[in-house]
Write a protein that binds this ligand. Structure first.
Ligand code: ISL
Length: 547
């Protein structure tokens, strides 16, 4: 969850930790096993908390450490585990380590970060004088010139997010220490922000382009050494093994499988990106509306590459992605159905499903119309770049709307009332006007809602070992249909999903004669067994002696 957008307890328009505590019933009713909290630490404010200025404190806007402890207790009382986000590829430029580092060339912390002089033969600070050709994720060079010391520092993200040098022993020791400190406070695991980017090749060679840069970093062998060392050092002397989830843009299914293979002692799960980049052209702004069949193919590729090894992390939405129902489904007429079918797939594949806040009620993309409705640094930087080359506001919005991270960050839609029940005051981002019909209260009252469907899926997983332990059996990926089975002993679970807005004939597949255990509530399955309605999905279980 994204704490700023989940629930506001003190009426300042920004979500906070006590707000989450007040809503723990929702999580517990739904049946979630763990929550991953996006950053709530003091920060430089450039990237909504992903630029940390103090790793061992709470941003006063979001609460206090006492609020955090209370939240952890409350979640633990409901058997919900707590995963905190840890951001160590970079700090904020306002972190005391960076203050020290930039204070003088001979400061003891100078080499905790990457400082380099201008390319030989160039004028320091001039265009093209950056030490190498690396580009930042948010656009523009990944280097910023520091007038005072006459050198550049590296930032793969915003200039206010300087990269830490993980080859320094002291840096890694600080990271391990801080993670142990959070474990001592009672957390159960970590989500490691862009951990795939921490190992920088010696000499920082040119990369050619952004894709090659990412590949060069994520494939760097030293990354795996860092991960093993981190696992050993944070887990040492503890009974329970903290879960480690690493975010890795550019990761291949083969690498993710190996890194998440328990025998290698690196990470438990890897956040991957293939399936959320299907609608990217040259880059994310070069948007190619997604073809649902491609989603089936991408998921299938990951499932079959993993086979029985490693462990997949399954997700369709996050705080960095547009809304799943808008991107992969149909947020018009078929919103309810497509959201249910997408959920059915994600919950029943092999791996651990991650559900992003609001997706449980099929929250959709925001109808952005003006630039001042945007908040995200990435969207705003892109808008500025377009305006510089003469784009109109309408053109800017058209480019940003289907892909902006802002889509995921609008306030959680609790009810149809003012501010969607998120806050008593005007929220930091405008709530989606559709909260009048798409909200938690209304869906709670309707047993056929998307919300109830998610709850049934979560229960189903708890009640049926085949969902957790079963093998993945590929069945069919066509332009409309994605079908797969899970098999454990003589139990077979068969999932068939129509990912299109047209009715199609039900494919002839083994397993469809099993009991229909989960439909999408559309009732089509009774009307015509030979057809799969638009976005309809069915789940059949042929139960043997073990379930
Ligand atoms: O969001 C993206 C593209 O729109 C990704 O490239 C994203 O920047 C990348 O996955 C890294 O994300 C993580 O680190 C960023 C932060 O802005 C994201 O919110 C976070 O999830 C920098 O810390």
């Amino acid at each position: 969850m994204y704490p700023r957008s989940f629930a506001d307890s003190d009426g300042d328009g920004v979500g906070d930790l006590p707000g989450i505590r007040d809503r723990v019933d929702h999580l517990s009713w739904l049946g979630v096993g763990a929550v991953w909290l996006s950053p709530f630490f003091p920060s430089g404010g450039a990237d909504n908390g992903y630029d940390v200025s103090d790793y061992r404190a709470v941003d006063p806007v979001l609460g206090t450490l006492a609020d955090f402890d209370e939240l952890v207790d409350e979640l633990h009382r409901r058997d919900i585990r707590v995963i905190v986000d840890q951001i160590y590829n970079h700090t904020s430029d306002e972190h005391p380590w960076f203050d020290a580092s930039r204070s003088a060339i001979d400061d003891a912390r100078r080499d905790w970060y990457f400082w380099r002089s201008a390319r030989p033969g160039t004028e320091p600070g001039a265009l093209g004088a950056e030490p190498n050709d690396w580009q930042s994720f948010f656009g523009g060079p990944a280097w910023t010139f520091d007038e005072r010391s006459g050198q550049y520092y590296l930032h793969l993200f915003h200039p206010k997010q300087p990269d830490l040098d993980w080859s320094r022993d002291e840096v890694r020791a600080e990271v391990h220490d801080t993670m142990r400190w959070w474990l001592d406070r009672g957390v159960d695991g970590f989500r490691l922000d862009v951990i795939g980017l921490i190992a920088k090749p010696d000499g920082l060679p040119d990369a050619g382009n952004h894709r090659s840069l990412i590949a060069m970093l994520v494939e760097h062998p030293r990354l795996r050494d860092h991960l093993r060392e981190l696992r050993r050092s944070v887990a040492i002397g503890r009974g329970a093994r903290p879960v480690l989830i690493g975010e890795m843009p550019g990761v291949t299914p083969e690498l993710a499988r190996d890194i998440s293979d328990v025998r290698h002692d690196e990470l438990d799960m890897v956040i991957s990106f293939d399936h959320v980049q299907l609608d990217h052209g040259r880059d994310k702004w070069d948007h190619r509306p997604s073809v649902p069949a491609h989603l089936g193919r991408a998921l299938e590729r990951w499932q079959t590459t993993f086979g029985a090894d490693g462990w997949n992390l399954l997700y369709l939405g996050s705080h960095d992605q547009p809304r799943a129902v808008s991107r992969f489904g149909d947020d018009g007429e078929l919103r309810d159905r497509s959201a249910k079918t997408l959920a059915t797939i994600v919950h029943l594949l092999r791996g651990t499903p991650f559900l992003y806040q609001g997706d449980e009620i099929a929250m959709a993309d925001f109808p952005f119309a003006t630039i001042d409705q945007l908040r995200d640094v990435e969207s705003l930087r892109h808008a500025a770049t377009l305006i510089e080359v003469g784009a109109t506001e309408r053109e800017v919005i058209a480019s940003i709307r289907p892909v902006s991270r802002d889509n995921a960050r609008t306030p959680m839609q609790w009810d149809a009332g003012p501010h969607a029940g998120f806050s008593e005051a005007a929220p930091w981002m405008e709530p989606n006007p559709d909260h009048s019909t798409w909200n938690v209260v209304d869906q709670l009252a309707d047993a056929s809602s998307v919300l109830h469907h998610h709850r049934r899926l979560i229960r189903f997983r708890r009640d049926h070992r085949v969902v957790v332990d079963g093998d993945y059996v590929p069945l069919l990926v066509s332009d409309e249909v994605y079908a797969f089975a899970r098999r454990l002993g003589d139990v077979r679970l068969t999932v068939v999903a129509n990912l299109s807005d047209r009715a199609v004939s039900t494919p002839a597949l083994d397993g469809l004669d099993g009991d229909l255990v989960l439909g999408d509530g559309s009732g089509d399955e009774d009307a015509n067994a030979g057809l799969l309605g638009p976005w309809e999905s069915r789940v059949h279980l042929s139960a043997g002696s073990t379930t």
